[in-house]
Design a protein around this ligand. Structure first.
Ligand SMILES: Cc1cc2nc3c(=O)[nH]c(=O)nc-3n(C[C@H](O)[C@H](O)[C@H](O)COP(=O)(O)OP(=O)(O)OC[C@H]3O[C@@H](n4cnc5c(N)ncnc54)[C@H](O)[C@@H]3O)c2cc1C
Length: 418
């Protein structure tokens, strides 16, 4: 084990999901020397770890797709196009909202390429495990990697871990779940192969199969409308969101229970389709995971928490550094999402203070850990928005600015806000 500080960066980004990639690109394009640390062997976050195969939040609600995210998000989409995806707006048949479909293998490659193009040092198989701090600054993080532990110093840090793991080890106060500690459900989207390409999906047949299963099946299905599904472009496979579980708490034993239960459910539900739905006679479970999808875990204390009212009114602010445009999607009851539209011009300002933790000057948060009340959280956590809050956090960490106007101007200069 080495105790010495091994390398100096301007900015260290913890986590390589949408927010972390946005942050690394934002910081690098603002002139910083950047290191991104990711615990898996690939980037992408929920898109590549949990089969979440659509970017929400790039566009406003409405009949035509109006962009809410540019800058780093645009660079990522361009890289994804070079890896065979369309990167185009697609109207979801189940919700009517605009999304961008992705394939996880192409996404991994696209993220590698776009970060390499911008000179970001990426450390995979490496987990941010500890932080050293003075009264109001982080000085370095300890990274646990294949070679053991080492400390890396920087001037600014971004927590884009989704679960606030850097904020946690830095000693930031935090809330778990909503005001009463209730967590949004975890879900395990699955990918099903072996379908008859000539037979369209028949929702009525799927609903009938669900009713049949629920009469005696071991794990009754809460999404009795047949769940959310789509045919994955270019593959003929089905992507299906049907497995939801209420999580007791954030302990490893709760997650172990959820992972194992989700596997049993996936096995049963695919067998149900095979037995009862035309076109599924030879289907099989092609992929789940690598891990269950976590909607919500910890919320570090930030200087401002966006509110449901901010979203409902489409609140505009001079210290805006990003836009939240996705309708608040609440998963309080497993399998029964509820939506609240965004008002005003169709998006709400995300102020810099939602990305600044309380008590530390040089730690910024991005993605699903930004400051938001339980309703606003249902909007800001989506991946399109996470690219934008990540970009803003990375820029703020790189230029060391504490006011939203200065950071917003830099975000605008880099094309993130129009
Ligand atoms: C079932 C489900 C369905 C969803 N559907 C959609 C959807 O259709 N569209 C959409 O846009 N959003 C959707 N969401 C929400 C969205 O996926 C997340 O809110 C989003 O991924 C947040 O992005 P992020 O970058 O903040 O975090 P994440 O995607 O969680 O990425 C965090 C990254 O940090 C890494 N990490 C964690 N701890 C450490 C550490 N200590 N050191 C190093 N690395 C670490 C993780 O491995 C991960 O790669 C869904 C979520 C779930 C669970």
């Amino acid at each position: 084990m080495s105790r010495k500080i091994e390398s100096e960066y301007d900015v260290i980004v913890a986590g390589g999901g949408a927010a972390g990639v946005g942050a690394a690109l934002g910081a690098a394009r603002a002139g910083a020397k950047v290191c991104l640390v990711e615990k898996y062997g690939f980037l992408g976050g929920a898109a590549t770890t949990s089969q979440v195969l659509a970017y929400c939040g790039f566009f406003q609600q409405g009949r035509t797709p109006i962009k809410a995210v540019g800058g780093a998000g645009d660079l990522v989409l361009e890289a994804m196009r070079s890896c065979g995806m369309t990167g185009e707006a697609y109207n979801s048949e189940t919700t009517g909202n605009w999304i961008i479909l992705l394939n996880p293998e192409g996404t991994k490659l696209a993220f590698d390429r776009v970060l390499a193009d911008h000179g970001v040092d990426v450390l995979l198989h490496s987990r941010v495990a500890a932080a050293t701090r003075t009264a109001n600054r982080i000085e370095s993080v300890t990274v646990a990697g294949m070679e053991g532990r080492r400390r890396i110093a920087a001037e600014g840090f971004v927590d884009a871990t989704g679960d606030a793991n850097l904020s946690l080890v830095a000693g930031i106060a935090m809330r778990e779940g909503d005001d009463q500690g209730r967590l949004q459900a975890v879900s395990a989207p699955i990918r099903i192969s072996g379908l008859d390409p000539e037979v369209p999906f028949d929702r009525e047949a799927i609903k009938a199969a669900v009713r049949h299963y629920n009469a005696s099946g071991a794990y009754p299905i809460t999404r009795d409308d047949g769940g959310i599904y789509t045919r994955i472009p270019g593959t003929g496979d089905m992507w299906w969101m049907i497995i939801d579980l209420a999580l007791r708490d954030l302990s490893s034993s709760s997650f172990t229970w959820a992972e194992q239960r989700a596997r049993e459910m996936a096995h049963d539900y695919v067998a149900m389709l095979r037995a009862h739905v035309p076109g599924f006679e030879r289907c099989f479970l092609a992929q789940s995971g690598p891990q269950i999808g976590i909607r919500e875990s910890r919320h570090p204390a930030t200087r401002y928490e966006m509110t449901g009212q901010d979203l409902a009114s489409g609140r505009q602010r001079p210290d805006s550094v990003a836009r939240a445009a996705w309708p608040a999607e609440l998963h309080g009851e497993a399998g029964k999402p509820v939506y609240h539209s965004v008002g005003g011009p169709g998006y709400a300002s995300v102020p810099l203070d939602s990305l600044r933790v309380r008590g530390l000057e040089n730690l910024f948060v991005a993605g699903r850990v930004i400051g938001a009340d339980p309703v606003a959280y249902g909007s800001v956590r989506v991946m399109g928005t996470a690219f934008a809050t990540g970009e803003a956090a990375g820029i703020a960490a790189a230029i060391g600015a504490e006011d939203g106007e200065t950071v917003g101007a830099e975000v605008r200069r880099l094309g993130g806000l129009t």
